[in-house]
Design a protein around this ligand. Structure first.
Ligand code: 5RP
Length: 230
């Protein structure tokens, strides 16, 4: 799909999700290009009189929320979130997700867990019969080498993520490193998430397998969007 059509599908999905936010809502603000469309539309609704507060999952989300006039709050003030809007890199038919292309998956998982409702906004290319993308894994720098060894022992092919406009590795908003680990086609995503998360030094795994019941997936599809739930 060309970039213009892809962006249009992202915009349609993002705008639809922003329409699901209710007056007075506490809104989790995910990270990534699709969520930015949701924030743009949410900002417009705020300008029209809607009152909400956003909990950002990254510096990107916080900076763009300010640009769009979305008031920000923290999990300390609002440990319970009404609706979280976030993107994904892959979505399977059971609503298992791979997230973390933007290295924000640790905070995104915390916000998803705190939310009553999780709205995942994607274009069509993100839907997959089976998860098979590399899994982003946030690790404490101190633990990087042992975690790489453990992941290899589990049959993975781990690669430390390199920065693009900086020499050396990506450093997350939490001061950690990111390993992208390929496992090929993933059979039992929940078991893999549990196994990765149990490695000492792993602080965040980009597999999200526990949120299907409270999730809606909003898919930009051509000029329209489809909203799926389990
Ligand atoms: C960031 C993420 C993003 O939500 C995910 O990568 C999707 O991003 P985009 O909407 O730009 O494709 O997990 O860590």
């Amino acid at each position: 799909m060309d970039n213009a059509r892809l962006n249009e599908e992202k915009r349609i999905a993002g705008y639809h999700a922003a329409g699901m936010v209710e007056e007075g809502g506490i809104v989790g603000l995910g990270t990534g290009s699709t969520v930015l469309f949701a924030m743009e539309r949410l900002g417009a609704r705020i300008a029209e009189g809607l009152s909400v507060a956003g909990i950002p999952t990254s510096y990107q989300a916080a900076l763009r929320a300010r640009e769009y006039g979305i008031p920000l709050a923290s999990l300390d003030e609002h440990p319970k979130i009404d609706i979280a809007i976030d993107g994904a890199d892959q979505v399977d038919p059971r609503f298992n997700l791979i997230k973390g292309r933007g290295a924000a998956h640790l905070r995104e998982k915390i916000v998803a867990d705190a939310a009553d409702q999780l709205v995942i906004v994607v274009d069509r290319t993100k839907m997959a019969d089976r998860l098979d993308a590399p899994v982003p894994i946030e690790v404490l720098p101190f633990a990087c080498s042992p975690v790489l060894r453990r992941l290899t022992g589990m049959g993975g092919r781990p690669v430390l993520r390199e920065a693009v406009k900086k020499d050396g590795p990506v450093i997350t908003d939490n001061g950690n490193l990111v390993i992208d680990c390929s496992f090929g086609a993933i059979g039992d995503a929940a078991a893999l998430e549990a196994a990765i998360s149990a490695i000492p030094g792993v602080v965040g795994c980009g597999l999200f397998t526990a949120f299907g019941k409270k999730m809606k997936v909003v898919i930009g599809d051509g000029r329209e969007c489809r909203v799926l739930s389990l």
